[in-house]
Design a binder for this molecule. Structure first.
Ligand code: SF4
Length: 367
């Protein structure tokens, strides 16, 4: 097996269109087809069961089978994102919430982040189809924040009472972990708030468990338009036929799609890899939107690149990637200052780039 930065299967997927159709009831059932113990993981991959067990005692483990099937060799980009690594137990001195999402000035009620005047980030679950090892919100997702219905209702009450909020990003965890009926009811409650104009649902489901996306789900989401779907892909090998089909179902339902990608060492810190990814997403009607610089989260040093490296990659991308993929390379500033675009220092006298207004939550977030 070789580790390749070419699109490989993803390229074939991107050009071959779609995979087999899921049955109408397959969406929920697919979520049970996952690995969540060290022993089960070690039975499928040459992983060190002791190491996986030690890490997963602190940060829980879950990998959907279709995603696991994409692993080609130990340490490849799919492995790095999904298999617990000893390095996650390091950097215990770092703050778990460096962006101060949970600080009272940003979170007026638990699990609702209101950092920008006109939009709020609503976390509706701590569950995910996959517990990504780099997740910036791993203090909630990989450690289990137990976000319950009563908490979510309290957050919606705050949104209802705050006319300045015009846009709500529904995130988690992954909102598509909720059953269709529950998500429908929740979106309906938000849609009924007169001052909420736009809804956004952020999910990694089309990437890691595309069978969850059914025509029925897409139709339900479309009933709550204007609703934008933000998806999260990090590597062209994630562009499988099944992912293509999931994205097509959403796009065909009339839902605008945009993507977020986290710049990750050993996964996608290569302009050609990112260019392949962004071309594939565009072919599937997804607009590449954000490239996030990895946040300073405990136990993620093995994923972080330097900003200088990131800027060099973005420079190369300007030559490699199509114009429509000229997304924003952003850093979420520590302490809750919001996202800022990353650019090379300007010559003296030239004004600095200002803070972006187009913030979103994280791809855990970023949902
Ligand atoms: S990146 Fe998204 S899907 Fe992955 S663990 Fe974080 S919230 Fe869950």
């Amino acid at each position: 097996m070789t580790q390749s930065h070419s699109a490989g299967p993803a390229r074939r997927a991107a050009t071959s269109g779609t995979g087999p159709a899921p049955s109408p009831t397959q969406g929920g059932a697919a979520l049970r087809d996952a690995v969540w113990t060290a022993a089960a993981l070690a039975a499928r991959l040459p992983a060190d069961a002791w190491e996986v067990e030690a890490v997963s005692r602190r940060y829980r483990l879950r990998v959907p089978r279709p995603y696991l099937d994409l692993v080609a060799e130990p340490g490849d980009p799919i492995w790095r994102q999904s298999v617990p690594a000893r390095a996650e137990l390091e950097e215990a001195h770092l703050a778990e919430d460096p962006l101060a999402e949970d600080a009272p000035h940003n979170a007026p009620v638990p699990h609702l982040s209101h950092r920008y005047p006109d939009r709020a980030l609503l976390l509706v679950t701590d569950l995910c189809p996959m517990f990504c090892r780099f997740c910036m919100r791993k203090r909630k997702t990989l450690r289990g924040a137990a976000i319950d219905t009563a908490t979510v209702e309290r957050a919606i009450a705050h949104i209802r009472a705050t006319p300045a909020i015009r846009e709500v990003i529904v995130s988690g965890g992954d909102p598509l972990m909720l059953p269709d009926a529950r998500l429908d009811a929740l979106l309906g409650e938000l849609r009924a708030v007169p001052h909420v104009e736009v809804l956004r649902v952020h999910t990694r489901m089309p990437c890691v468990e595309p069978r969850r996306v059914t025509a029925a789900l897409a139709r339900m989401l479309a009933r709550h338009r204007p609703l934008f779907v933000g998806v999260h892909f990090n590597h062209p090998r994630e562009l499988t036929p099944a992912a293509g089909r999931a994205l097509a179902l959403l796009a065909d339902a009339g839902l605008p799609l945009h993507s977020q990608t986290v710049l990750l060492n050993g996964v996608n810190d290569d302009a050609r890899v990112l260019a392949d990814l962004f071309r594939g997403l565009l072919r599937w009607r997804v607009h590449p939107y954000y490239l996030h610089h990895a946040d300073l989260i405990p136990g993620t040093a093995h994923f972080r690149t330097s900003i200088q490296r990131g800027l060099g990659i973005v420079d190369e991308l300007r030559r490699e990637a199509p114009e429509l993929a000229m997304l924003h390379y952003v850093l979420d500033t520590p302490g809750g200052g919001g996202k800022v675009p990353l650019t090379w220092p300007r010559p003296q006298g030239e004004p600095p780039a200002g803070p972006t207004r187009s913030g979103c939550a994280d791809p855990a977030r970023r949902r």
